[in-house]
Design a protein around this ligand. Sequence first.
Ligand code: ZN
Length: 113
Amino acid sequence: MSVIFVDDLVRVHVLDAARSVGGKRKLLAYPYVQVRLGEPGLDFTVHLEHRNCWRGGKQSYFRCPTCGRAAFILFFDPARGQLRCRSDWRELRYRSQERGHRRGELIANATAT
Ligand SMILES: [Zn+2]
């Protein structure tokens, strides 16, 4: 089993998308965003879902291009050229559960589809 470390992945947060259009409220008007990754530039069209929030108002989510789930964060795997949510790696877990590893680090099973 080969392992992908999250350090090798690029994280794209929905707040990054909000920032790029001028704020969370403005993002609510967008059905999708273009996410550009790497050089020379790999563009993904990522659809957005705007859901009612329990506190009132609306909250935006990415719709994962790989599985369609709503996600705050997408991970780009440069080795595979794929943009996916966390759920798409089956054995993803926090490394902090293992002694000697940095908190918040994730590992993923690269063989999972
Ligand atoms: Zn997904």
